[in-house]
Design a protein around this ligand. Structure first.
Ligand code: F3S
Ligand code: F3S
Length: 106
């Protein structure tokens, strides 16, 4: 199952990291929540495929280390979500549907 597109209604904001909203539950290292709002990555689904980061035309994503997370030891942080041009490539290309993009959440 992929990221919940209604996460902003269904989850509580747990804080901020790298200037981005983080939506809980957050219980490290197993549960890391959803990072970002306009461009949102479900860290508990991401398997570090990397296609989003390699193909985003405006370079929104950075790698961050997530040691001991059950799915992968690194994740993509949508650090520059404010630069997103809503091409939806990352949403379409992610093999596990870990990303949701919605400009109305910015
Ligand atoms: Fe990049 Fe995804 Fe936006 S590929 S431009 S972050 S929709
Ligand atoms: Fe993760 Fe999907 Fe990108 S698995 S690294 S969000 S393509």
């Amino acid at each position: 199952m992929g990221i919940d597109p209604n996460f902003d209604a269904n989850r509580e904001k747990a804080g901020e990291e790298n200037g981005l909203d983080v939506w809980g539950p957050v219980e490290p290292p197993e549960k890391l929540g959803i990072h970002g709002s306009h461009v949102a990555v479900d860290y508990d689904i991401c398997i570090a495929d990397g296609a989003c980061l390699e193909n985003c035309p405006v370079d929104v994503f950075d790698w961050v280390d997530t040691p001991d997370h059950p799915e992968s030891e690194r994740k993509v942080e949508p650090t520059r979500e404010d630069q997103c041009i809503d091409c939806m490539l990352c949403v379409d290309i992610c093999p596990v549907d870990a990303i949701d993009v919605d400009p109305s959440r910015s």
